[in-house]
Ligand binder design. Structure first.
Ligand code: SAH
Length: 218
């Protein structure tokens, strides 16, 4: 799975991609991440890509062409393989696990387009076929975190990324409450015990208990 990330601040990704499961997935070549900075496709020699919004209002807008050129470059890198383009916007469709699964199954190349400031000139949305995706009902300062959320969630669906493919909890009975050693935790002279059923070794009863704890999910 290759993620092509169009972003103004690519180093924002370093710490998260450099740890734990995603780090290993990249080392094992199950996942690849390539960056395209619209600044490298700017018009002027100062590499400026933001301008004041037409119609007035606060903040700056990212120009259409530097972003379009970056997307074009990413599409070229994907080659003849079909690439899904995801355009991050707080007013997009809510991202969820069923969507992550569908994308992971149907595409080997995903192009993530991250905005900043007041967003990207709306004409870019007319230049490409893209899914407009929101990661939740809140506004962030940029599309970098949304891209990381989507990359993390889709990577989990790629075989070999999780140590055990079956550990994808949406595929099994998984309680949101989990326990590990020791059996009794003493904190401020109070004892906290593991639910008895989990110590019973009784598979069916344990699954029944887990089901009872589960919340609906994708
Ligand atoms: N005034 C603009 C602010 C854009 S936020 C507006 O209300 O639309 C700047 C960028 O952050 C966006 O272009 C988008 O790429 C990203 N972003 C912010 N919140 C997001 C969210 N909830 N989901 C996905 N992307 C988001």
């Amino acid at each position: 799975m290759t993620f092509h990330v169009v972003a103004l601040f690519p180093s924002a990704f370093d710490s998260y991609l450099g740890e734990s499961i995603l780090k290993r997935a990249i080392e094992d070549k199950k996942v690849k991440v390539v960056f395209y900075n619209p600044r490298d496709y700017a018009y002027d020699k100062w590499n400026r890509i933001d301008q004041k919004p037409y119609g007035g209002g606060p903040g700056m807008v990212i120009q259409a062409l530097p972003v379009a050129r970056a997307i074009e470059r990413a599409k070229k890198a994907a080659g003849r393989k079909k690439a899904k383009i995801i355009f991050f916007s707080p007013s997009g469709k809510q991202f969820d696990t069923p969507y992550a699964k569908k994308i992971a199954k149907s595409y080997d190349h995903i192009i993530c387009v991250c905005g900043r400031y007041e967003g990207i000139d709306a004409r870019v949305r007319r230049m490409f076929t893209m899914d407009e995706v929101s990661v939740g009902p809140y506004v962030l300062t940029g599309g970098e975190l949304p891209a990381m959320i989507v990359m993390d969630s889709i990577s989990r669906q790629v075989e070999g990324v999780l140590g055990n493919y079956d550990s994808r909890e949406e595929e099994r009975i998984a309680s949101p409450d989990v326990y590990t050693r020791p059996e009794v935790v003493t904190y401020k002279s109070k004892n906290y015990r593991v639910p008895k059923v989990l110590l019973s070794g009784h598979r069916a009863r344990i699954d029944e208990w887990k089901k009872g704890r589960m919340k609906p999910r994708g």
